[in-house]
Write a protein that binds this ligand. Structure first.
Ligand code: G1P
Length: 301
């Protein structure tokens, strides 16, 4: 029988090496790269807060002070902005995390994989359902955020919930892929999950995106997981073991996802968010019209 406990804690694994963005990520974590004027991690935190999360757990490596600095008080900067009467700017840095929301930083001593990073948060999460948000998967929603949609499903069913999206068959090697059977309108029950299979081995074209609401049972499963795809301890393998005893649902959220771990996805997100920004929109459109006028003739046959 599933328990219906509220989801209050979210884990943000931010200890990856970010090699696809080198040299930009040589000294800062990839989650600190900005889309327009906010770092990826801040968008992820905002999505979690909207879903009702009140405890943010960052799993960092030793070098990642930038993440904790970003969410901490910046006394000197705040004083200068206040003295200069720049209140709008001041609000931008003081209202990132509302009062009453706890921040916890956990160190992952070695980059042994996503499953290992999540396991590092076990003692802080304890025995309650929790969310995982991968900040480099950015999801822009018109209405309720993707994680909030998934927490709603968890609240209704008591089951673990994984965000999924249909992906092109040739991309299965970049995602966790789920095999499913019907469950309810828009939802499916996961019976298989495989990390980064070749297209011919993929159980479907439903790829896992970086949003999870999981039973704490996943921790005991992760403890038994051996290094898998890429020689890493994979979260997917822990979830696969959990399927034997716990129901896990696949949730196709409404919203647009950007793979900001890739340069192309990152640039698309930058353009789309800039177009939504009232102070930038017209200038960006003018610039793009100029670019199109320059490049379109080159592409015409
Ligand atoms: C991770 C997960 C993978 C998931 C993906 C979503 O992979 O291991 O199952 O589909 O995030 O972004 P990574 O992109 O960290 O290699």
């Amino acid at each position: 029988m599933s328990r219906r406990q509220a989801v209050r804690k979210a884990v943000f694994p931010v200890a990856g090496l970010g090699t696809r963005f080198l040299p930009a990520t040589k000294s800062i974590p990839k989650e600190m790269l900005p889309i327009v004027d906010k770092p990826l991690i801040q968008y992820a935190v905002e999505e979690a807060l909207e879903a009702g999360i009140d405890t943010l757990i960052f799993v960092t490596s030793r070098k990642k002070h930038a993440i904790s600095d970003h969410f901490d008080t910046a006394f000197e900067l705040e004083t200068r902005l206040a003295d200069a009467g720049k209140l709008e700017l001041l609000a931008r840095i003081t209202e990132i995390v509302p009062e009453g929301v706890a921040r916890v930083h956990v160190t992952q001593p070695e980059a042994l994989g996503l499953g290992h990073a999540v396991l590092c948060a076990e003692s802080v999460v304890g025995d309650e359902p929790f969310a995982i948000v991968l900040a480099d998967d950015m999801i822009r929603s018109q209405g309720r955020g993707a994680l909030a949609q998934m927490v709603d499903v968890h609240d209704q069913t008591g089951s673990s919930v994984i965000g999924v999206e249909e992906i092109p068959l040739e991309m299965t090697g970049s995602y966790g892929i789920v095999g499913v059977k019907p469950f309810a309108e828009k939802l499916q029950e996961i019976h298989t999950i495989v990390e980064k299979p070749a297209p011919e081995d993929a159980p479907s074209r439903l790829g896992v995106v970086g949003r999870y609401v999981l039973s704490p049972h996943v921790f005991s499963c992760l403890r038994d997981v051996q290094a898998g795809a890429g020689g890493e301890i994979q979260l997917t393998d822990g979830i696969a073991a959990m399927l034997k005893s716990h129901q896990v649902l696949a949730c196709p959220f409404s919203g647009v996802r950007y793979d900001c771990g890739s340069r192309y996805g990152f640039i698309k997100a930058t353009i789309d968010y800039a177009l939504e920004h009232p102070g930038l929109r017209d200038d960006i459109i003018d610039h793009m019209l100029g670019i199109l006028a320059q490049y379109l003739p080159e592409r015409e046959p």
